[in-house]
Design a protein around this ligand. Structure first.
Ligand SMILES: Cc1cc2nc3c(=O)[nH]c(=O)nc-3n(C[C@H](O)[C@H](O)[C@H](O)COP(=O)(O)O)c2cc1C
Length: 295
């Protein structure tokens, strides 16, 4: 019997063994040369590898270069502190959650588990945290909402999804702003990746797009994603909902400032798990770049 998984790497290895290669590659891969995917991992490793530099030095270095190479954020542990009671809970959008960790929107959970996002939402609820439901989920908004305590080219369809989210008690909308088109996911193309019909789009749009030349995800994305999506569309989104709106995919301070200017409720710093533009900085390296203006 396989050993009990003790960390994320072990879970990943279990998933590799359990899933068909096509699905494992879909979940685990980045785009093109996988440069940014590696960069994401290395930036995490870098946290423990860089020599100690004083905080003021770090800040000065950061200000000297307009775009720093990589200055990873660090933990600076204090000693002799009573740690009998540790509370890392926090609140976001006025909801108390157990830690600053939430589940990012990810599509097609049923490729890995027959219960799909319903199971993921239950897990999130049991950890007292938030799950962001992807519109490319294998389960519908209603199924997920019932199991525990989403934008598009076609605006009327987007409005329908927003209304369904509101009706079902979702507490905020996350607009993924880094995907005006799907970038080249070479593993999916090689594997001729076939996605399931998207549950949330049943009755709205057929997602059974076929393509002989590569992944049907790519062919489907061409039909639906809107390369013209821009800041002005945030106003439209705000006009159809009272839910707080967060923008996902921010990597630069300029965009963070814009997001504040258009009055969104929050931003999510992200390079989309290295699944969109390759050669972007690692998400964790972009954090200081984005937040330095707001300190
Ligand atoms: C299998 C998979 C599917 C994903 N689907 C979506 C999606 O539908 N919408 C979205 O905004 N991000 C999606 N993502 C990206 C994640 O939300 C997240 O940005 C990524 O896992 C990396 O985390 P980071 O943003 O903290 O760097 C997906 C990621 C994976 C691995």
């Amino acid at each position: 019997m396989a050993a009990e998984p003790v960390n994320l790497n072990a879970f990943q290895e279990l998933a590799r063994l359990a899933l068909p290669k096509m699905y494992y590659d879909f979940y685990a891969g980045g785009v093109e040369n996988q440069y940014t995917l590696k960069e994401n991992m290395e930036a995490f490793h870098g946290i423990t590898q860089v020599k100690l530099v004083s905080m003021s030095n770090l800040r000065n270095r950061f200000r000297t270069f307009k775009r720093p190479f990589i200055i990873s954020p660090r933990f600076w542990p204090r000693i002799l502190v009573d740690v009998c009671r540790i509370d890392i809970s926090t609140s976001t959008l006025d909801y108390k959650i157990s830690a600053s960790i939430i589940i990012a929107p990810t599509g097609l959970h049923k490729l890995a588990n027959p219960e799909g996002e319903v199971a993921t939402a239950r897990a999130a609820a049991s950890c007292n945290t938030i799950m962001v439901l992807s519109f490319t989920s294998s389960c519908s908004i209603e199924e997920v909402a019932a199991s525990c305590n989403a934008a598009y080219k076609k605006r009327d369809m987007a409005a329908t999804l927003v209304q369904r989210a509101e009706r079902n008690g979702f507490m905020a909308l996350v607009l993924t702003a880094d995907t005006p088109r799907l970038d080249r996911r070479e593993a999916d193309i090689k594997n001729k990746m076939i996605a399931q019909q998207l549950k949330n789009l049943e009755g709205l749009l057929s997602t059974k797009v076929t393509s002989d030349t590569g992944s049907n995800l790519e062919a489907y994305a061409k039909e639906t994603m809107d390369p013209s999506l821009s800041w002005k569309d945030i106003e439209w989104l705000r006009s159809i909902t009272n839910l707080p709106i967060l923008i996902k995919g921010v990597l630069t301070r300029e965009d963070a400032i814009k997001a504040v200017e258009v009055g969104v409720a929050g931003i999510i710093v992200s390079n989309h798990g290295a699944r969109q533009l390759d050669y972007t900085p690692a998400t964790i390296s972009a954090l200081e770049e984005v937040t330095i203006n707001f300190t």
